[in-house]
Design a protein around this ligand. Structure first.
Ligand SMILES: *Cc1c(COP(=O)(O)O)cnc(C)c1O
Length: 385
C-alpha cells in the first residue's frame, strides 16, 4: 500500500481541502489583536446562511459534544423536565448530558435506523405541558438517518411552549437548514464533519426566544456560558483564546462553500447519497434506512451474508480506506460510509469500486463493476440544479 495515503470515508472527522489546510498553518496571531477581530468580522456573515439565521453564530473551542453540553446547561437547570428524542447514539448522548446535570428526562426512543415520526410527539407534548425543552438530532450519525427537523419544529411550536434544540453536528453545512424559518431555538454543529475543518470548534446559534430563557436560567456554568460568547462576538471577539488556526481555516472553508454555492453544496451531498445507495442496491446488499429517512451525509449498510468488520479490515489494510463500524448494539452489524464536506462524486466512485474488490476478497460473490456502474448511472441521470 502507498504509504501516507489515507482515504477517509468515515462520518467525521472528514478530509480537509488543501487550501483550508494551508490556511490553518499560517503563523499564529494574538487573539486580542486587530487581526483576530478583523478575521472574526469576516467570518460572521459567512456562517449565517449555513444555519439559516440572522443571529450571530457563536464559536466555542471544543468538540461537538461541548456544543451539546452548552445547549443543555444554558437552557435548563436541575429538576426541569425535558423531552429527548433518541434515534441512535447521538440522541442517547443528549440524554446522558441531561442526566449528568440532574435534568428530569422524558426519553422518547425510536428504533435505530428509523426517523422520528413528528406526529407521535404531538400527544406526548400536549399531555406533558411541563416539558421546557425538546432535544433532537438532525442527522443521526450512528444510523445514517436524517430526521424531519422542519416538521418536528412545527409540531413542537404548535403543541407546546418548549424550546427546540437540535444537534446538527453531522449535517449542517451539507444539508439545507433554515433555523429561523423552521423555528429551531438552538442549533449546534461541529467543525470536523460537513464544515470541512479539523476537529476543535463547535458552533451554536440561539433564537431570541431561547436567549430569554438563557438570561434567566440560574444553572451554574462558566466556560460554556453562551452569554459570554454572545457579548464578545458582538465586539468581534471571543471570551477565551479561540483556536486561531481553525478560524483561519474556517474563513477559507466558508469561501469554498460560497464559491460552489450552498444550493450546489446541498445538491452534491444529495447526489452522493443517491450514488451510494444505488451502488449497494445493485448488489442486493441491504441498507439500514429507508430512502425517505436517509441522510445525504452518511450511509449505513447492513450486510446479511458477510462480516462488516472483515470488509472494513480489507479496505483499511489494502487501500488505506476507512469506513466506520456500528455503534452500541449495531457494532459489528453495520458499516457506515461518510460522504460529507470535502467529498465529491469522484471520491465516491473510487470508494465504491474499492469496496467491490474488498467484497470479493471477503468471499461475497458479486459481479465486479455492477455497483460502480449503478453509481455512474445515478450520476449521469442527475438533473442539473
Ligand atoms: C460527531 C457528532 C457529535 C460530536 O461529537 P464530538 O466527538 O464531540 O465532536 C455530536 N452529534 C452528532 C450527531 C455527531 O455526528
Amino acid at each position: 500500500m502507498l504509504a501516507d495515503q489515507q482515504i477517509l470515508r468515515i462520518p467525521g472527522p472528514s478530509p480537509i481541502p488543501p487550501s483550508v489546510e494551508r490556511a490553518t498553518i499560517q503563523p499564529i496571531i494574538g487573539h486580542r489583536g486587530k487581526e483576530t477581530s478583523a478575521l472574526i468580522q469576516r467570518i460572521k456573515p459567512g456562517l449565517k446562511p449555513i444555519f439559516g439565521t440572522t443571529q450571530d453564530i457563536l464559536m466555542l473551542t471544543g468538540s461537538g459534544t461541548s456544543g451539546l453540553e452548552a445547549a443543555v446547561v444554558n437552557t435548563v437547570k436541575p429538576g426541569d423536565e425535558v423531552l429527548v428524542i433518541v434515534t441512535g447514539a447521538f440522541g442517547d448522548r443528549f440524554n446522558s448530558i441531561c442526566k449528568a446535570y440532574n435534568i428530569s428526562v422524558h426519553r422518547y426512543d425510536v428504533e435505530w435506523g428509523a426517523a422520528i415520526d413528528p406526529d407521535t410527539i404531538k400527544t406526548y407534548l400536549k399531555e406533558h405541558p411541563e416539558i421546557k425543552v425538546v432535544f433532537s438530532t438532525y442527522c443521526e450519525t450512528s444510523t445514517g438517518v436524517l430526521n424531519p427537523i422542519q416538521e418536528l419544529a412545527a409540531v413542537v411550536s404548535q403543541n407546546s411552549n418548549a424550546l427546540f434544540v437540535v444537534d446538527g453536528v453531522s449535517c449542517v453545512g451539507g444539508v439545507e437548514t433554515k433555523m429561523d424559518e423552521w423555528g429551531i431555538d438552538v442549533l449546534v454543529t461541529g467543525s470536523q464533519k460537513a464544515m470541512m475543518l479539523p476537529p476543535g470548534l463547535t458552533f451554536i446559534a440561539v433564537s431570541e426566544r431561547a436567549w430569554q430563557v438563557i438570561e434567566e436560567n440560574e444553572q451554574a456554568r462558566f466556560y460554556l456560558d453562551l452569554k459570554k460568547y454572545r457579548d464578545n462576538l458582538a465586539k468581534d471577539a471571543t471570551p477565551f483564546t479561540p483556536a486561531v488556526s481553525l478560524l483561519f481555516g474556517l474563513e477559507q472553508a466558508l469561501k469554498l462553500m460560497a464559491e460552489e454555492g450552498l444550493d450546489q453544496v446541498y445538491a452534491r451531498h444529495n447526489l452522493m447519497k443517491n450514488m451510494t445507495r444505488a451502488a449497494f442496491r445493485a448488489l442486493d446488499i441491504p441498507l439500514l434506512t429507508d430512502d425517505h429517512a436517509a441522510s445525504p451525509t452518511v450511509t449505513a449498510v447492513k450486510p446479511a451474508d458477510f462480516e462488516a468488520e472483515a470488509l472494513r479490515s480489507v479496505l483499511k489494510a489494502e487501500f488505506g480506506l476507512s469506513v466506520a463500524g456500528g455503534q452500541q448494539h449495531l457494532k459489528g452489524k453495520i458499516f457506515r460510509i461518510g460522504h460529507m464536506g470535502y467529498c465529491s462524486p469522484a471520491d465516491l466512485l473510487q470508494t465504491i469500486s474499492i469496496i467491490e474488490i474488498a467484497l470479493t476478497k471477503v468471499g461475497k460473490n458479486i459481479e465486479l463493476g455492477k455497483a460502480t456502474r449503478a453509481a455512474q448511472e445515478v450520476y449521469l441521470l442527475q438533473e442539473e440544479v
